[in-house]
Design a binder for this molecule. Sequence first.
Ligand SMILES: [Zn+2]
Length: 207
Amino acid sequence: MLVRRAVTAARTHPLLVASSAAAAASLYYAAATSPSSTVPSRIHWNPRFFSSSALQTQSAMQYPVNKPDSEWRAQLTPQQFKILREKGTEIAGTGEYDKHYPDKGVYECAGCGTPLYTADMKFKSGCGWPAFFDAIPGAITEITDRSWGMSRTEIVCSKCGGHQGHVFRNEGFPNPTSDRHCVNSVSIRYNPDKQAKWEKYSKDAAK
Ligand SMILES: [Zn+2]
């Protein structure tokens, strides 16, 4: 069963819960054809880019921005396509925004431009990828990812389904939440001109 829910918003709004038999089937197929569960965490996985579930197609999902792969390939760089559309992962410590800590601005989806995270949601996790303790309500959708013999929670852009990374919880970071959104730098684009702040969204989400 595939479970989608909006991060943050799901805490207060029971919306965006949906399932897709087709997507679940593709997930099952990806898991069934994956290497054994001895594959370690992605921190130790060496190839520069790999697809955690290459056979899971975004076209099985319904998102407001829904383009065929041919259009995504024309729009995105090969690196962006590999990560955003084929769920790849950039190697730890190499991303443009790994050690990027601006005072203001937002990080937008590199695929569709939707604001996903504010600068003040970002924190130093030391994991080698950009880390955020929260997301703009409704901007991120979670998907249960059972590829590679593991059960993880994938995070994608709610508007275009672009793969962002995974979310991990209860790791003990001194943050306002217990979450770590582990995001590929390739999946996001920093926009210094938007002035959104986490506090504002926090209040909105609490309504
Ligand atoms: Zn997007």
